[in-house]
Design a protein around this ligand. Sequence first.
Ligand code: PHE
Length: 449
Amino acid sequence: MKEKEQWSSRFGFILAAAGSAIGLGAIWKFPYVAGMNGGGAFLFVFLFFTLFLGLPLLLAEFVIGRNTQSDAVSAYKMIAPGTKWHFLGYLGMATSFLLLSFYSVIGGWIIYYLFKTLTGSLSGLTPDQYSAVFEGAISNPGISITVHFLFMLLTIIVVANGVQKGIERASRVMMPVLFLLFIVLIIRSLTLPNVIQGLTFLFEPDFSKLTSGAILAALGQSFFTLSIGVSVMVTYSSYVPKEESLPKAALSIVFLNIFVVILAGLAIFPAVFSFGLQPNAGPVLLFQVLPNVFNHMPFGMLFFLAFILLFLFASLTSAFSMLELQVAILAKGDEHLRKKWAWIIGLSIFLLGIPSALSFGPLSDIHIFGKTFFDVADYLVSNVLMPLGAFFISIFVPLKMKKSVLFSELDSGNTIPLFLFNVWFYILRYVAPVAILLVLFDVLGIWDK
Ligand code: PHE
């Protein structure tokens, strides 16, 4: 039998998992969701959920994946044979299917900016002109569907050609360079006129602004940025060698993620206030703000081009993980089937994404429960499906896996104090499921009755 493919180095797994985690969630979604939910208090709650629920849950997914070394459906079957728990794998498939369909629309916007910077038509405009150019493009059905298609095409090509070859190599270089460019961007942003207003918005918690909807959005955001509740991390950790320390990997990913969220916030909010834009502009926020900041620096368009390329890369590495989850389940290690399924699933996702792509143009007036198609898909994924997936995973691990097995999975590589192990175990067993349900019920207004 062919030996199971593994990451080629210790670092390879962390890079790939961080690649899945760091993407549009931290860079594009966080600023706009924080902007719509009042800023500082949102950041605070987001950090709280990320550390106390996100980190333990990420580790739980790692343990499932490495312990079983198989795809997301078989993993649950192996641990709990003869039960229905493998529905979690199918839930992950459905969630990442819907997720990638609108994720790719935003990925397409990045590709649009790539073309624009390459043709030099983005320099020297006023904030209003930038917004007009951008809105003109995303409301144009031809443009928005084409770039959405291109993003999916890139994703399909890489995933069709296999996990290691496709994903691992490039992350080594791209991620560190992305951080460097962020620093350049932040220096510019922090020297703009309304910097204090931006920093106050981002960091000063005004808890009176926290509605139940904002708390759910923060929960969803923290799962979204860590790729949790979808079993993507189960899939990725199934390629991890036994010696690798899972807690270390989880910690590095969580902190990298928080780091990027803060970087993005620092880059965006001072600029929002300095260019007279609105923090609650919604999904278009980042795209309206960025060209202005770059426009106001020497060699701005060159930096912008570099930033766009890296941003595209960061989003693609997340997109790969969403498609990889499905392909791993369907192809079960067969290279020929991998290609076939990557294309079939990828193209279906493209089709499902079309209404989301049109939500900023011809379909912008079609509302379901008061939201556009794009917003419904995003809400369903971030605020319903991911929290539900996380809820069931946190119940599954302490219920169906032996404590001794869990301990040895966590302990490999280095020694973990029993105390910390117990903290993790009881957070999963009691705290996480209860907290997730409380937040979900709160939004349904159950407590108000
Ligand atoms: N974490 C990714 C991001 O922030 C999104 C993602 C969610 C990827 C779930 C895979 C699974 O962009």
